[in-house]
Each structure stands twice: as structure tokens, then as C-alpha cells.
Design a protein around this ligand. Structure first.
Ligand code: ATP
Ligand code: MG
Length: 230
């Protein structure tokens, strides 16, 4: 990894509120060793997305600190932060432009060879090659023909190419057909290798491949263990 980041993430007495007096995370401690895959589950409003947004520095803590490899996130340059921590959201945004440009979003200088390698790694190459103009297909024009599962795979290829030390994934809730579901699940395993990951998990199959499952309620971790233990 070019930036040398390992991906050890630590929350140290982190409090966060959107409105003063109403802490969403009250004095939150969490240690995520480099390389660990965390599945984050819990009822609606528990604070899962808030936690994910804090790690990706969408927000800063009101109190306490979040560190990456021992360095406060606020001390990282925006460039280092963008390289080290990537968030993939539920919507899996595709902008108007070619499939190749969409995959290269986080790495605009990527060669077509690198783009194709990333697509192959997550199992997206086959369907992309079958599009009318392959990697040059405009996803906006042909938007109707890119399914939810295929959108996921394109966003996985994008994250794979960016190769961050830390991946934050808010898993799509939309249901996929069985073949797409299987493809996405396999792609996910490839994507998780050699990096730290926090996945807001909606699928049991995702929880099963995690190293550690955190159950969150009202801004607190109420269970923390291996998938088999829960
Ligand atoms: P879900 O499973 O529904 O996505 P979640 O666990 O991701 O829920 P969060 O979105 O982190 O939960 O929300 C935690 C709490 O913070 C909720 O009470 C929510 O209403 C509140 N909240 C979230 N975003 C904001 C915001 N932008 N402004 C004010 N309050 C917010
Ligand atoms: Mg959420």
C-alpha cells in the first residue's frame, strides 16, 4: 500500500451529538485491529451510520478522539485521509460517464489495465464486457440496464482499485436475485482481504464472514463477539 497505512482504528471516549445535550454516542470506546472485518448490526436509530460517518470524517467527535494507526483523524491531511479510508454507501453512486471512469473515481490516473484488473478481481468484468461499448459504456445512457447488483459490483471495483487500508461499507438493503447475491457476496470477500472493514450489515451471509460482530443499541455496543458466538 503506497500510503503505508495499516488500518488500526481506535475510538477513545468518543462522544458525538447532532444537537447539543443529545449524545448519539456517549463516551464510546472501540478498538479495531488492522485487518479485522467488523459487522455492525442493531435496530434503526442505534447509531450505526453515525459511527461509520465519524470514521470517514464526515463528522468529527464532539469529545474524545478517533485514531488511525495512532494518529488523530483530524491531524491527517484530507489527501491521506481519502486514500486511507473509503466509504461505500448503500446507493452505490454512479455518475454520468463511462463504466471505466466510474471505477477510476478514486484513482483518476489508473490505466485501463488496472481498471480491468479491479473489475476482474470483484467479478464485474464479465457483465461489463457484455455491455454495448464495454468499459466505455455510458452508465447514464444505459442506466436502466445496470442492475442493483451490477451497481454494487462497480462500486466494489472502485473500492478495490482505490485499495484503502480501511473500508466502511453501508450494505445495500435492496434485495438482489440469487445469482447477483452470490456474486456480490464473493466480491465482498475479495474486497475485504488485507484491509480493515466496518460493514453495516443487512445480510446474514455478511455477518457470517465477519471476524467480529458488534450489536449496537442507543449508541452503545451491547454485544461484541465472533459470529458463531452470537
Ligand atoms: P438505520 O438502521 O435506520 O440506518 P442507524 O443505526 O444508522 O439507523 P443513525 O443514522 O446513526 O442510526 O442515527 C442515530 C441517531 O441519530 C438517530 O436517533 C437519528 O435520528 C439521529 N440522527 C441521524 N442523523 C441525524 C442528523 N443529520 N441530524 C440529527 N439527528 C440525526
Ligand atoms: Mg443507518
Amino acid at each position: 500500500r503506497l500510503d503505508g497505512a495499516h488500518g488500526h482504528v481506535r475510538f477513545d471516549e468518543v462522544s458525538f451529538h447532532y444537537k447539543p445535550g443529545r449524545d448519539i454516542l456517549p463516551k464510546f470506546d472501540l478498538d479495531i485491529p488492522a485487518g479485522q472485518t467488523i459487522a455492525l448490526v442493531g435496530s434503526t436509530g442505534a447509531g450505526k451510520s453515525t459511527l461509520a460517518k465519524l470514521v470517514s470524517r464526515f463528522y468529527d467527535p464532539s469529545f474524545g478522539e478517533i485514531t488511525l494507526d495512532g494518529v488523530d483523524l483530524r491531524e491527517l491531511s484530507s489527501e491521506d485521509l481519502r486514500r486511507a479510508i473509503v466509504m461505500v454507501t448503500q446507493e452505490a453512486y454512479l455518475f454520468s460517464g463511462s463504466v471505466a471512469d466510474n471505477i477510476a473515481l478514486g484513482k483518476p490516473d489508473a490505466t485501463i489495465g488496472e481498471i480491468e484488473r479491479a473489475a476482474r478481481a470483484v467479478g464485474a468484468h464479465e457483465f461489463i464486457a457484455a455491455l454495448p461499448d464495454g468499459y466505455d459504456t455510458d452508465v447514464n445512457k444505459r442506466g436502466g440496464r445496470v442492475s442493483a447488483g451490477q451497481r454494487q459490483l462497480i462500486s466494489f471495483a472502485r473500492a478495490f482499485l482505490a485499495n484503502p487500508a480501511v473500508l466502511i461499507l453501508d450494505e445495500a438493503t435492496s434485495s438482489l436475485d440469487i445469482p447477483s447475491e452470490r456474486l456480490v457476496q464473493e466480491a465482498l470477500q475479495t474486497l475485504l482481504a488485507d484491509r480493515t472493514a466496518v460493514i453495516i450489515a443487512h445480510r446474514l451471509s455478511t455477518v457470517a464472514i465477519a471476524d467480529r460482530v458488534l450489536v449496537m443499541e442507543h449508541g452503545r455496543i451491547v454485544e461484541d463477539g465472533a459470529p458463531a458466538e452470537l
